[in-house]
Design a protein around this ligand. Structure first.
Ligand code: NAD
Ligand code: ZN
Ligand code: ZN
Length: 345
């Protein structure tokens, strides 16, 4: 008889998720099964459930790409993880391993990459089937709940900050200080940067200040841009846009210092116009950044294991997923919700 598990399933785009039974996966050759302990809820899960992006997942599917758990089944030929290991099943679920991007440690842009909770079922379920070559190895001393937001929100912002090229002592502006951004503030401080936090919510800005942000900018204010330029002496050397709002992209480019780099990680559907004269005449770089590589993952987790970065977490059960999505959509999640699947036996 097929063993069943509880899962939150997208049956149709734009509809509430269905809490239902789903067969427990089993590990084929080269695969593993992970028993979920915790899974963070990322704004990307909301985009996935709405079918927001040009490349769409195929319903029915199980979202969730911040799933952490214990390896409970190991398929034939798997040597890199063993039973009982704590691993995370991230957005970068797998890649081909031999294209020009994989060979140069840019597996995040591999054309054959699969995505956890998107093109492969993810962590909003009691068990996850995973590719052992791409799981995150959770360092000892980091709990499943603490590790969950690091494997997407953490790695994405850590990598994005590196991609700005901003150096210690220089300014970084972080636009959107929610799930991704509240970790970005901490990574940036730990990397020796001066941080300008930008958001449209007073509570998020106050939180950024408590995490060490040096300058707070309310993006709704008419003089937001002038305040950023004043406070940083001419604009931020690096800008990281995490906000899921197109307005933030125009503003973020304008906040970039001459010769600075504006890194885009937020993924609201749509386009935004680039002011060509300003970008050209100020020699500004605008660059996309997509999660991070396995090396970035190990580095991002090490900051957390060392206590330099700590996600602010609200625990919720899987059954609350639709209410969580509703709050996330309306900016009512303080930082990160993590689904708690209870401790392992
Ligand atoms: P979140 O909802 O937790 O946080 C978003 C924050 O942006 C909130 O604090 C909100 O108040 C703020 N915000 C909204 N409008 C703003 C504006 N105009 N200016 C400044 N701030 C504004 O979302 P999250 O989980 O942090 O995800 C953010 C975005 O990043 C999503 O679009 C998600 O899909 C994307 N994402 C991208 C990658 C990647 O690899 N590039 C990885 C993970 C998430
Ligand atoms: Zn994510
Ligand atoms: Zn590849």
């Amino acid at each position: 008889m097929t063993r069943m598990m509880q899962a939150a399933v997208v049956e149709a785009f734009g509809k509430p998720l269905t809490l239902r039974e789903w067969p427990v996966p089993s590990a084929g050759p080269g695969q593993i099964v992970v028993k979920t302990e915790a899974c963070g809820v990322c704004h990307t899960d909301l985009h996935a459930a709405r079918g927001d992006w040009p490349v769409k997942p195929v319903p029915p599917f199980i979202p969730g790409h911040e799933g952490i758990g214990i390896v409970v089944e190991v398929g034939a030929g798997v040597t890199i993880v063993k039973l009982g290991d704590r691993v995370g099943v991230p957005w970068l679920y797998s890649a081909c391993g031999h294209c020009e991007y994989c060979l140069s440690a840019w597996e995040t842009v591999c054309a054959e990459a699969q995505f956890g909770g998107y093109t492969r079922n993810g962590g909003f379920a009691e068990y996850i089937l995973a590719d052992p070559n791409y799981v995150a190895h959770i360092p000892a001393g980091l709990s499943a709940v603490e590790a969950a937001p690091i494997i997407c929100a953490g790695i994405t912002t850590y990598k994005g900050i590196k991609e700005t090229g901003a150096r210690p002592g220089e300014w970084i502006a972080i636009s959107g200080v929610g799930g991704l951004g509240h970790l970005a503030v901490q990574y940036a401080k730990a990397m020796g940067l001066r941080v300008a936090a930008v958001d449209v919510d007073a509570g998020k800005l106050a939180h950024a200040e408590s995490l060490g942000a040096d300058l707070l900018i309310d993006a709704r204010e008419k003089d937001a841009l002038a305040a950023l330029k004043d406070g940083t002496g001419g604009g931020a050397h690096g800008v990281l846009i995490t906000a899921p709002s197109l307005v933030a992209f125009n503003q973020g480019v304008a906040m970039t210092r001459r010769r600075g780099t504006c890194v885009l990680v937020g993924l609201p559907p749509g386009d935004f116009p680039l002011p060509l004269f300003d970008v050209v005449a100020n020699c500004i770089t605008v660059r996309g950044s997509f999660v991070g590589t396995r090396k970035d993952m190990a580095e991002a987790l090490a900051f957390a294991a060392d206590g330099k970065v700590k996600a602010d977490i609200e625990l919720q059960p899987l059954s609350a997923i639709n209410a969580i999505f509703d709050r996330l959509e309306h900016g009512q999640v303080a930082s990160r919700v993590v689904l708690d699947f209870g401790s392992q036996s």
